[in-house]
Every structure is written in structure tokens, then in C-alpha cells.
Ligand binder design. Structure first.
Ligand code: ADP
Length: 384
């Protein structure tokens, strides 16, 4: 059964396989799911993003299905709440503050230690995340994020959270992403991805993810322990998690923890057991099957989120065939639509597409992704 905020085209013909939900109102959506389940019993509710994670937890609580406690899913949705709970539990995470969007940015800038990062509390995909090295940069970043937060669609999504900007100390170091599955409160690590492109700001565009990690085993164990401690601090217990951590001097900092699986099409880089997808693994777990022993395939794998280089209208993508010919490349998928405007970070919220690769070593995966990307030429009309 697909639950979506937009009515499915065939919903009237097949009312038992789809359901239109008020996703921005978790309790309303949970009540809609409960009403549906009274006639068409549901065995599990699987969220696909940050917003639906809160709805799935609330609906599961009503139906008595194993899931995350609703408060834990809500906390993972809010970056300020995440920081508060992690600090309270003694889990290493950046120091932070909250500044109302209508405050005087100059006064806030004068109080801030540098370098720092400013961000909205509820958006994803690095949207609105900006580094500032001094008060002038703080002032500019603050105004830019406040403008983003004042857009009607963003305001509607964030509600009262759109009235605040989170300020954090900037944590240097290498960054990894952790994909995991919580099994009754215990964390099974599915993959640790290295992010070989430096993420130093001012904007934080994700590009290459490669697994297994090339970090020393000791660092990987520290990453696993920190992610477990973070999930516990929030009270998350069941289902997928996606975390971002920074590692420096063998210390780990939790940057982000979400109660969902990896975003975009990135999960296509992962296969488990004899070729199961991440989504199949998550479904199996939700249905009570034993996934304990399922491991990621042995072959190193990776994905590149193709960045949007500049704003404009995407006219053409050249070199797709050549990119797909690079040894190790499994596929190149373009998700942007020709003829539509491209919006880069920090305001943008999507990627141009994805490149997937497999190779005998992580370094060769990374090289294949870079070479395939190099072969692509984007024709972007930036106007007069
Ligand atoms: P989102 O959930 O939108 O991806 P994050 O809070 O995870 O937002 O920030 C996006 C990226 O910005 C992170 O993956 C990291 O590279 C960078 N970043 C965010 N906060 C910090 C910080 N306090 N110190 C260093 N880098 C940060």
C-alpha cells in the first residue's frame, strides 16, 4: 500500500492499494492510516524520508506495530532537538545555539565563535547549510537562510521551526555516512561510506560515497559506537537509520542522525546477501524476518550524486554513453528534467543525477566515478 501526500492516479480504482495522507500533520496522517488499517490490516509501516518517519512512528504506535517511539522519530527530524539530546547524553556533537530569523544578525554574529555553520533545523540534503568564518560571512549566510526560510513552501514545511536558524561550531575532519538498521534497539551497521571529496564549505554539496570505508578498523569501530550511542540517546529502536559523522584525531562527532534510509537513489549502490536491495532488507526486517546474518556484498561499491554546477535551464547532457563505458560503472541515471530550471545549493533541493560503480578496490570505485563524471558535459542555459 502506498501512502502519499498526492492522490495516486488509480486510487479510485484500487482503493485498497493506495492512500492519500496529510503528511505535514503527523497525527492526522496517523489517524488516516489507522482508519485504513481497520479495513485493510497493515503489518508494518515503512517511512521513506524525514517527514514520513514521524508519521510512520505515530501510526505504528496507534496500531501497536514495532517501530520507533514517536518522540524519538520527531527528535531525529529536528536538528536542534538532536543536538540537545546528544549533549544531554554526553555524545560528542557540535556546540550549538538557536537564533530567531527576525533577530539582528550583527548582534548574533558578534556573540558567535568562528568558524561556524548556520543551517535550518528541518531541511535535508545540505539545503541552507552555510559555513561562516567571520561576522561578515555570518551576516550574509544568516540573511540568505532567512530568505530561504521565508519562502511559502519552506515555511509550510517547517511551521514554527522556519522561524529559527541553528548555529554550530564547525567541526573539521573527514566525513563518513553510516547506513544502519536498528533491530530492537541494537544497531546493525550495513555500510560505512567514505566521502573522499573534502566538505569544507561554504556550501556542503555531497558528491562521492564509497564503501567499504578505507579508514582504519579502529576508527570504524569508534564510528559504530558513536552511532549506536546517538541512536540510543534519541530513543530510536527499530528500522533504518542514516547518520553523518566527522572523524578527527580518532574522535567522532555526530553531525546528523535520521530515522530513515539513505536518500535519493543512493541505495542502489548497496546489495545484501544474494542480491537483495536495501529496501528489501528493510521490508524483511519490518515483517519480522531475521536479517541478522545478511551482509553487504563483498565488492567495493560507490555512488556519485552529480552536483548542479550553476543555476540555469538544463538543455542537454552529452557524454552519457561514454560515461557508461568507463570500466566499473554500473549505471548513470539523470534525474533532472531537460528544459527545467536547475537550482544549486544552498537553496536547491535536488541533484542532477547519480553515477553507480563497482570495482575490486574502493580507490578504483572512486576513480571510475570521477572518470565517468568527467565525461559528462552539461549544457546549461544561464540566460542573457
Ligand atoms: P542535512 O541534513 O541537510 O544534510 P547536515 O546538518 O547533515 O544537513 O549538514 C550537511 C553537511 O554540512 C554535513 O554533511 C557536513 O558536511 C556539513 N556540516 C554540517 N554541520 C557541520 C558542522 N557543525 N561542522 C562541520 N561540518 C558541518
Amino acid at each position: 500500500v502506498v501512502g502519499s501526500d498526492r492522490k495516486q492516479a488509480l486510487e479510485d480504482l484500487r482503493p485498497d492499494t493506495s492512500l492519500t495522507l496529510e503528511l505535514s500533520e503527523p497525527e492526522t496522517a496517523a489517524a488516516q492510516i489507522a482508519r485504513f488499517a481497520a479495513e485493510h490490516p497493515l503489518r508494518a509501516i515503512i517511512p521513506t524520508d524525514d517527514e514520513s518517519a514521524v508519521v510512520a512512528a505515530a501510526a505504528s504506535a496507534r496500531l501497536g506495530l514495532p517501530h520507533n517511539p514517536p518522540e524519538a522519530a520527531s527528535a531525529a527530524r529536528r536538528k536542534d532537538e538532536l543536538r540537545r539530546l546528544l549533549h544531554a547524553a554526553g555524545v560528542r556533537t557540535p556546540r550549538y545555539g538557536l537564533v530567531p530569523t527576525d533577530a539582528d544578525p550583527r548582534a548574533a554574529a558578534a556573540r558567535q565563535a568562528y568558524p561556524c555553520v548556520l543551517k535550518p533545523t528541518f531541511l535535508a540534503g545540505s539545503r541552507g547549510v552555510i559555513r561562516a568564518n567571520n561576522p561578515d560571512e555570518f551576516d550574509l549566510a544568516f540573511r540568505r537562510i532567512a530568505a530561504l526560510l521565508s519562502r511559502p513552501d519552506v515555511r509550510e514545511k517547517g511551521r514554527e521551526a522556519a522561524g529559527q536558524i541553528l548555529t554550530e561550531e564547525f567541526v573539521p575532519g573527514v566525513e563518513v555516512a553510516v547506513e544502519g538498521l536498528l533491530l530492537g534497539g541494537r544497531l546493525k551497521i550495513l555500510a560505512i561510506f567514505d566521502k573522499p571529496d573534502p566538505l569544507e564549505g561554504p556550501f556542503f554539496e555531497e558528491t562521492i560515497y564509497v564503501t567499504p570505508s578505507r579508514l582504519p578498523k579502529g576508527s570504524q569501530r569508534t564510528i559504530g559506537r558513536a552511532t549506536t550511542a546517538a541512536a540510543r540517546a534519541l530513543g530510536l529502536r527499530e528500522g533504518p537509520i542514516h547518520a553523518e559523522l566527522r572523524v578527527n584525531d580518532d574522535r567522532c562527532w555526530i553531525i546528523e542522525l535520521a530515522a530513515r534510509s539513505i536518500g535519493g537513489l543512493c541505495s542502489r549502490a548497496l546489495h545484501f546477501g544474494t542480491g537483495l536491495s536495501l529496501e528489501e532488507l528493510i521490508l524483511m526486517h519490518a515483517l519480522g524476518r531475521d536479517v541478522e546474518k545478511l551482509e553487504r556484498e563483498r565488492s567495493p561499491a560507490g555512488v556519485m550524486m552529480i552536483p548542479i554546477p550553476r543555476a540555469g535551464i538544463l538543455r542537454e547532457i552529452r557524454g552519457l554513453h561514454e560515461a557508461r563505458q568507463v570500466p566499473g560503472i554500473d549505471d548513470v541515471t539523470i534525474s533532472a528534467t531537460l528544459g527545467t530550471p536547475l537550482v544549486p545549493l544552498p537553496e536547491g533541493s535536488s541533484y542532477l543525477g547519480f553515477i553507480f560503480a563497482h570495482a575490486p578496490t574502493p580507490a578504483r570505485v572512486e576513480n571510475a566515478l570521477r572518470e565517468a563524471h568527467r565525461r559528462l558535459t552539461l549544457v546549461i542555459d544561464t540566460g542573457p
